[in-house]
Design a binder for this molecule. Sequence first.
Ligand SMILES: N[C@@H](CCC(=O)N[C@@H](CS)C(=O)NCC(=O)O)C(=O)O
Length: 218
Amino acid sequence: MSEQKPLLHNYFRSSTSIRLRAALNYKGFDYDYVAHNLRTNENFKPEYLAKNPAGLVPALELVDGTVLTQSLAIIEWLEETHPNPPLLPLDPVGRAQVRAMAYMIACEIHPLNNLRVLDQVRSYGQDEEGVTAWFHKWVHTTFTPLEQMLATSPNTGKYCYGDTPTMADVCLFAQMFNNQRFKVDTSAYPTLERIFAALNQLESFQQAAPAKQPDAVA
Ligand SMILES: N[C@@H](CCC(=O)N[C@@H](CS)C(=O)NCC(=O)O)C(=O)O
């Protein structure tokens, strides 16, 4: 009989799913993939709502049935239970700085550009051009200071903080796929583009990309 694995409830192009997949893969954490098509509201089916009443992805269902939600909370749990390789530096100031960059993306871009928020913007009569402009605005509002921070910080290395990936990098990596889908021009952010290119060289990150997932569609 095959060993039971934790279940990752997610969707191929959900950026919160991408960031969690990158973290899990980087840590070598094995899971079975459960797809919920957000476009057809599979995430609001009663069976999933019974596990995660918010109906959002990702969620990580452990083998004992415990369901963890919120991508960053799951990544923090992962860091505590599987510390190597680390996704946070050891010193408290560094940890705060990495979390700050992660939260800039996770708290100040993603919630404004989430599927249900874009649908709400559409419901106010905005056409696709208007929705795209909304999306771009919130990326640029945060990418401008993030680029400045990374371009000037002595802690910036190959990645957002030093020469190994951190929680900030998994968030940046995931956001870049959303940017590509909404055709955001990121040429004004050379440091962010350079870091994204470096992350794309890592097998664990490559395997987290939307196109690599079993539910991927063009
Ligand atoms: N803060 C949550 C956000 C989760 C979230 O909003 N996920 C999106 C996909 S990226 C979702 O499930 N959207 C479904 C919807 O908006 O109906 C996290 O980081 O896990």
